[in-house]
Design a protein around this ligand. Structure first.
Ligand code: C2E
Ligand code: MG
Ligand code: MG
Ligand code: MG
Length: 288
């Protein structure tokens, strides 16, 4: 991370990108007009069963269609959305858009309810909204999405901030039928005692461990430990950032259940994901 001087001269920690104050304000303004002009998009990265080539779900990933730069990834602007509070509005849009897309997949019979789930990244600030649970409920109701079609991804950091409130909200959402994943698992500070208290279904092994797992014995050991621990807690393990067949072989041997990564597909737009699902349906349905 890099220390930069933020608003009021207070130093803030900026892990993603160093922005000086004027640049930051400009990005903030650009993001505001992006919101007004509906320039945000969702792309979807398939989640694949590690043992069969089956699509189990997809993760919705935010993109900004910039007039000059083209599609911009959230690494460049997520911290600005979070710190400006704009993430609340953008996060609501993400929820709404993801539910709309899910409704379409159901309507077009591209998936079977209960066999596919759409994962949505939830930012700390968004999750802390007092009416967050109601907002999720309203978005699902508006598009008539069964709750078991949705998974929420949260990070370890969010949990530590206010464990009681987090756990209470998670229980409420789970009783509605949603499931939870801990994203970027292994990079935060959560202890095993936190993990034990959390009503989660899935751990997503951070891509920083996956990257060198076939060449770096430390990364390999960390992955083994995460998988062993996750399995003993009955959690589903999903590896992120899988790019090579060797990485997938290693993960499979260790007992990882599913993966995401460029090896199968990067995040793609709604039409491309629909086409992928259609093709995978056709390949398992014998021709009439
Ligand atoms: P994440 O949730 O951990 O998402 C995984 C990131 O890894 C995505 O980056 C994805 O495009 C990238 N990725 C997937 N497969 C591979 C691979 O094989 N190799 C490599 N090198 N990278 C891969 P992306 O889309 O740039 O998103 C970055 C982060 O921004 C996400 O990390 C998530 O924390 C955040 N984010 C994305 N969309 C949203 C959103 O709608 N709301 C919130 N709150 N955060 C979001
Ligand atoms: Mg994620
Ligand atoms: Mg992640
Ligand atoms: Mg990440």
């Amino acid at each position: 991370g890099v220390k930069a001087s933020g608003r009021n001269g207070i130093a803030f920690f900026e892990p993603q990108m160093q922005l000086d104050v004027s640049r930051r304000l400009r990005v903030e303004n650009d993001l505001r007009s992006a919101l007004q002009q509906s320039a945000f998009r969702l792309h979807y990265q398939p989640q694949i069963d590690a043992h069969q080539q089956r699509i189990l779900g997809a993760e919705a990933l935010l993109r900004w269609e910039h007039p000059e730069k083209g599609l911009v990834s959230p690494g460049c602007f997520m911290s600005v959305l979070e710190e400006s509070g704009m993430i609340l509005e953008v996060g609501s849009w993400v929820l709404e858009e993801a539910c709309r897309f899910m409704a379409r997949l159901i309507k077009e019979q591209l998936i079977d309810v209960g066999e596919f789930s759409l994962s949505i990244n939830i930012s700390p600030r968004q999750f802390r909204q007092s009416d967050f649970v109601a907002r999720v409920g309203a978005a699902m109701a508006a598009h008539q999405i069964p709750a078991r079609c949705l998974q929420l991804e949260i990070t370890e950091g969010m949990v530590i901030h206010d464990i009681n409130d987090t756990v209470a909200k998670m229980h409420e959402l789970r009783s509605m039928g949603l499931s939870f994943a801990i994203d970027d698992f292994g990079t935060g500070y959560s202890s095993l005692s936190y993990l034990k208290r959390l009503p989660v279904d899935q751990l997503k092994i951070d891509q920083s461990f996956v990257r060198d797992c076939t060449v770096d014995s430390h990364d390999a050991e960390i992955i083994r430990a995460i998988i062993a621990m996750g399995r003993s807690l009955n959690l589903k393990l999903v590896a992120e950032g899988v790019e090579t067949a060797d990485q997938l072989d290693f993960l499979r041997q260790q007992g990882c259940h599913a993966y995401q990564g460029f090896l199968f597909s990067a995040a793609v737009d709604d039409e491309s994901l629909s086409a992928l699902l259609r093709r995978s349906r056709e390949s398992v349905t014998p021709p009439q």
